[in-house]
Design a binder for this molecule. Structure first.
Ligand SMILES: [Zn+2]
Ligand SMILES: [Zn+2]
Length: 326
């Protein structure tokens, strides 16, 4: 393994757990499917679960942005959405639990959904740990301090147990941490937002969220084009269906077909879509995924029938907890 990417949170804008009513509907639908399965198959519950689409069982997930990138000698997180709480719990099993941990958190931007988990990141309260934050934005320290501020949170920044260290990144300049190189490129999002290309052992993972994908051509992308080119894995914004994205100009989020076009042109090997809309049910997200599949298939057909260049690649709408090894 050269690089491993774990998705601790894939929801956009606001943490969105299932409501009791949604869970009841989900169980009812599953039990009905199971009854049908039992009538026609000899297998048991495990067999049924294996054959059932995962989104029908656990859904896509409700936690917001947090991604872990691990190489043989390095481990970083991108963003501190509500998903970072469970990342923090996982770290407690290692040196962070003993107050001897070193944590590296790269921030794309400071919208709530990318910050809201920081006050619940337990390693930051443990004396002896060193927590490094990185961002292109000049106000990184002010923004992180503001998350630990009365009356919004009872523990002020000055009383955090760990030592917190801030690092300024330069746009499009690589930052080398052991065997991992991270380069920030600008995305199409207000306030603004920076994507990260992470490279190690000849593999490249690009984090491209949040973005509206308004700059489409290579000429428009210009200095930010290397974020996408020949990446082994890209995480891309698909908060909206294609029609919704067309209506929500300047809202800062994209849709599946925009990422599909980009992946085909820039020879991306695998693309995962995230930042699912907080108002979207699992069924709605699945429906948008199916619409994207119809678009992908039409691109493949056009390439066969009309000779338009379009080669196949892997893609899906991501679920919380997914792990990809490169
Ligand atoms: Zn966001
Ligand atoms: Zn945002």
């Amino acid at each position: 393994m050269n690089m491993r990417v774990k998705l601790w949170g894939v929801r956009g804008s606001l943490p969105s757990p299932h409501s009791p009513e949604q869970l009841t509907d989900k169980f009812r639908a599953l039990l009905e499917e199971y009854e049908h399965f039992r009538r026609n198959n000899s297998g048991g519950i495990e067999d049924f679960l294996k054959r059932t689409e995962p989104y029908k069982v656990g859904g896509f997930g409700g936690h917001t942005a947090c991604f872990q990138v691990t190489t043989p000698n390095m481990d970083i997180a991108i963003d501190g959405g509500s998903g970072i709480r469970r990342y923090g719990e996982a770290l407690l099993l290692g040196p962070c639990g003993l107050g001897k941990g070193e944590v590296h958190i790269f921030m794309t931007h400071f919208h709530w959904d990318h910050m809201i988990g920081l006050p619940f990141f337990v390693p930051i309260f443990i004396p002896g740990n060193r927590i490094h934050f990185y961002a292109v934005q000049d106000d990184l320290e002010d923004r992180v301090r503001a998350m630990f501020c009365k009356p919004h949170f009872p523990v002020p920044f000055e009383r955090l147990g760990a030592k917190v260290i801030f690092h300024k990144l330069q746009p499009r300049e690589p930052k080398v941490l052991n065997d991992l190189t991270i380069t920030p490129y600008q995305l199409d999002h207000p306030d603004p937002c920076w994507g990260f290309r992470c490279e190690s052992g000849g593999k490249a993972f690009s984090h491209c969220v949040d973005t509206e994908g308004t700059r489409v051509s290579r000429k428009d992308l210009d200095k930010d084009l290397p974020l996408y080119q020949n990446a082994d894995l890209v995480i891309y914004d698909a908060q909206y269906s294609f029609l919704e994205a067309a209506e929500k100009i300047d809202w800062g989020h994209a849709s599946g077909p925009i990422g599909i076009d980009l992946a085909a042109r820039e020879k991306i090997k695998k693309i995962l879509f995230i930042h699912h809309d907080p108002a979207a049910s699992d069924e709605k997200i699945h429906l948008v995924e199916e619409q994207t599949r119809a678009y992908y298939k039409s691109c493949l057909r056009m390439s066969k029938d009309q000779g338009v260049e379009f080669s196949e690649f892997e893609w899906s709408f991501a679920r919380e907890g997914m792990v990809v090894e490169l």
